[in-house]
Design a protein around this ligand. Structure first.
Ligand SMILES: Nc1nc2c(ncn2[C@@H]2O[C@H](COP(=O)(O)OP(=O)(O)OP(=O)(O)O)[C@@H](O)[C@H]2O)c(=O)[nH]1
Ligand SMILES: [Mg+2]
Length: 434
């Protein structure tokens, strides 16, 4: 007999030897990144060129054997490497960034005489390029500055990128006066008796130095990008329903908090998409919610933010429970207290475990009670909360009446106007969701 297990730590250890649990927190990570320093510019002495062989020289001709090639413009130092976050659609967690020490981009190279000798034909060519450091992140990553919590951006689509630290600017190339010129200036000053108080600026190296890069500590949060969020009390059968409706195979077990991180699955629906393929929706199975989840009880709070991008919410209720309508009410209240906007979205109630006789007998009664609870909640909140679009009785285990559930979800997902607007998605991002 399993006892209710509250958290990772309290899971029964492997007998005899204590097995260290592998780290599983995948949706939140803190990283420190550092962009590269700018390289130093070149310092060249004016007038200092070099003698090079003259390719026009022929023995017996009147050409010089060697000619003087003047110095080109001194080249600038390269900018330090930027640090970029780039969406990699192949990733689905932030685990690869866990326990990483500072991630640093390359420093810019110093001004190179070889580049500088090309002269000032094009400044772009004179300044060498430094390749940026690209850190792959999964789609749906939200980037915040750790200090102050400023929101830097959100990376959603494959190919999206965000510069989080700019490399330091490379130093300018400097042409310093030749020794003869300096000597001449000194002599002139001595004669004009102005020497006192004049400081000779000869620290050309310092003037040509590049600027340092910046170091930023970031907090990355992953928000699951899904169309439908499956919520319910622990053990209601959420994971079972996901595995029945999609090809996903989440862990299913007869104890609460089996699911510790959201599972995703793709649901094929009957309707035709433009390219002749069946339409698809992404379903996300959330860890069980318990009363007080919005205050941090259970696992709920960490995961409630994943519902933000979902358009439709699927409430799974265990119809064999002592009071299914109250269970539905408890989950609704948790959602409402975390973010009232969640409860205004269309939702479908699933009464699960209909293969068991005591559930099946009470199906009508439970449906009426659930509807009554929803109506009361709506009345208590000035009519802003949504009523269930449908109440569907299924058995996730046997896979019965899943067509009914599909039919209830389809109009909510694919009817025009069911897309979230950009404003909806960003509304309250800072206030409510973290
Ligand atoms: N008889 C019956 N049992 C079911 C049905 N659906 C789920 N179960 C059982 O209910 C238990 C819990 O199922 P899960 O799918 O793990 O429940 P969950 O809601 O994902 O639970 P958590 O992840 O812990 O929140 C398992 O033992 C399932 O076999 C059903 O339709 N009929
Ligand atoms: Mg589960």
């Amino acid at each position: 007999m399993f006892s209710p297990v509250k958290s990772e730590k309290q899971r029964p250890a492997v007998q005899g030897k204590v097995k260290r649990e592998e780290h599983k927190i995948f949706d939140e990570v803190k990283i420190t990144v550092r962009s590269g320093n700018g390289g130093a510019g070149e310092v060249t002495e004016a007038g200092k060129g070099r003698m090079v062989p003259n390719f026009k020289y022929r023995p017996g001709g009147n050409m010089l054997k060697q000619i003087f090639l003047p110095n080109g413009d001194p080249s600038d130092g390269a900018n330090g490497g930027n640090v970029l976050l780039v969406v990699d659609p192949a990733l689905d967690s932030l685990l690869h960034l866990h326990n990483k020490s500072t991630i640093a981009a390359k420093h810019g190279g110093n001004g190179n005489p070889a580049d500088g000798s090309r002269g000032a034909l094009s400044r772009d060519r004179v300044r060498a390029k430094t390749s940026p450091l690209r850190i792959p992140v999964p789609p749906g990553t939200v980037v915040k500055r750790k200090r102050g919590g400023q929101l830097l951006g959100e990376l959603i689509n494959p190919g999206d990128s965000l510069v989080v630290a700019y490399g330091g600017r490379g130093g300018p190339g400097i042409k310093k006066p030749s020794q003869q010129t300096l000597q001449k200036q000194r002599t002139q000053r001595r004669f004009s008796e102005e020497e006192e108080g004049i400081v000779e600026d000869d620290n050309y190296k310092q003037d040509a130095a590049g600027l340092p890069g910046e170091e930023v500590t970031l907090q990355l949060l992953l928000r699951v990008v899904a169309d439908v969020g499956i919520v319910g009390l622990p053990n209601a059968g959420k994971s079972s329903l996901l595995s029945a409706m999609t090809r996903a195979s989440p862990e299913i077990a007869p104890y609460p908090f089996t699911t510790l991180m959201p599972n995703l699955g793709v649901m094929q629906t009957g309707g035709e998409a433009e390219e002749g393929r069946g339409r698809q929706a992404i379903l996300a199975d959330m860890p069980g919610l318990i009363e007080g989840a919005h205050q941090g009880r259970g696992l709920g709070r960490m995961f409630l933010r994943h519902l933000r991008r979902t358009r439709v919410i699927l409430h799974v209720v265990d119809a064999t429970a002592a009071d299914p309508a109250t269970d539905y009410w408890a989950v609704r209240e948790e959602l409402r207290m975390y973010n009232p906007e969640y409860c205004t979205r269309p939702h479908v109630v699933v009464l699960n475990k209909m293969d068991l006789a005591d559930a099946n007998e009470l199906r009508d009664e439970i449906s009426i009670e659930v509807m009554a609870v929803a109506t009361r909640l709506q009345a208590d909140n000035e009519g802003e909360l949504s009523l269930p679009s449908a109440i569907v009785c299924v058995s996730a285990m046997e896979g019965s009446n899943l067509e009914g559930l599909n039919a209830a979800l389809e109009p909510l997902l694919f009817e025009p106007g069911s897309e979230l607007s950009e404003e909806d998605e960003l509304a309250g991002l800072n206030v409510l969701d973290w």
